[in-house]
Design a protein around this ligand. Structure first.
Ligand code: DNO
Length: 361
């Protein structure tokens, strides 16, 4: 397992590369060009700038999260072709600088969604929260305003230019069913996976977060059956999954350990985080520790260990601790604590496995 840490770029993150490199066992930043709108080809000079900044700190840039997919591709509009061509050229450029994994998602209009970015927990820390009953009468426009209001930093997936045409987008999606979305995804994969393969890059789709439809918009990357269907759309090791335990874990019916075993050779990238799910369907993000939430993080790390996982992992969102002012979900402290928990589990399983091997010998 190789450990990465999401970094939003110089001037767009409260966490510095010097801080990241002091977290034990972190070799990679997980990065993106957050100022390039979805659908545009990434400029090489900007890619090289990040590569050089990371290299100076001794960190690799193997994992990009995300190259966002333009809505016209998800909608299957004729205009998608030019955006698919741009996507291919971006893949080629990323291949040239040694990128190995590209994370992306296929969620219509909205990316991840929460109703509260600073819900206070019992211990006084705050965290991202989803309150089911609030969703019923939540105005999507109000939500966009709220997500962006307090932040001088970009909110991943909520870039204002992407959401500027909200009314038009909702109108356009009226006729798009889940089956249409599957077809549009299949078309996208058939175009880009061969290019990714030729450039040594494994594409890794991120599950929908939360994994159910919102505001009447379809969502399809939601659980084990749909992930199986997804992998069959294009059967290649270059067509893979970012297995996000927090996104999938918001639905208690999802058995993430079973998914790790079933999809073992198709998971180039793991997002590991915990959520506490309440009986009424609300969920809050917690510390990574198994006992603090509803997701069996210890079992998940064991499953990765058991399959001999050699891919990339990162702690996902953290709580906001010790007065830290940061991008919601992306502070330094709780994610660093999460990493140490993940390494602790990993090393214990490693040690256990070698003792077992010794006993067998
Ligand atoms: C939010 C993230 C998502 C994720 C994308 C992947 O914090 O987990 O925005 O990066 O869905 O494409």
């Amino acid at each position: 397992m190789r450990m990465g840490f999401r970094w939003f770029g110089e001037g767009n993150d409260t966490v510095t590369l010097d801080q990241i490199k002091q977290i034990p066992g972190v070799t990679d930043i997980v990065w993106s060009l957050h100022d390039v709108p979805a659908g545009e080809e990434w400029p090489m000079d900007k890619i090289l700038e990040v590569r050089d900044q990371a290299a100076k700190a001794g960190l690799a840039i193997d994992v990009v999260e995300s190259v966002n997919v333009h809505e016209d591709i998800k909608l299957g509009l004729p205009t998608r072709d030019k955006y698919i061509e741009n996507y291919k050229r971006t893949i080629q450029k990323l291949g040239q600088v040694g990128v190995k994994v590209i994370c992306y998602n296929f969620m219509p209009v909205f990316d991840w969604l929460r109703t509260d970015l600073h819900k206070e927990l019992e211990d006084g820390s705050t965290a991202l929260f989803y309150e089911k009953s609030k969703m019923a009468d939540l105005d999507p426009f109000e939500l966009v305003r709220r997500i962006n209001e307090n932040s001088a930093l970009t909110m991943p997936g909520w870039e204002p230019e992407r959401l500027a045409h909200l009314t038009k987008l909702f109108e356009a999606y009226k006729s798009v069913t889940e089956e249409h979305l599957w077809q549009n995804l299949s078309c996208f994969l058939s175009e880009i996976i061969p290019v990714a393969a030729a450039n040594g890059i494994r594409m890794a789709i991120h599950p929908d977060d939360p994994p159910w439809p919102l505001f009447g918009l379809p969502r399809i990357i939601t659980g084990q059956d749909n992930l199986r269907r997804f992998l069959k759309l294009y059967d290649s090791p270059y067509n893979g999954i970012t297995l996000c335990s927090g996104s999938l874990g918001a639905n208690p019916a999802n058995d993430i350990v079973a998914m790790i075993h079933e999809f073992a050779d198709r998971i180039p990238f793991a997002h590991i985080r915990n959520v506490r799910v309440y009986e009424n369907g609300d969920f809050v993000e917690t510390s990574h520790r198994t006992q603090d939430g509803s997701v069996d993080i210890a079992g998940i790390v064991k499953a990765y260990h058991d399959i001999g996982f050699t891919g990339y992992a990162r702690p996902d969102h953290g709580r906001h601790l010790w007065g830290e002012q940061c991008r919601p979900g992306y502070g330094l402290y709780d994610r660093a604590l999460g990493i140490m928990y993940l390494w602790g589990l990993w090393d214990a399983y490693q040690r256990g496995a070698s003792i077992e091997r010794g006993n067998e010998a």
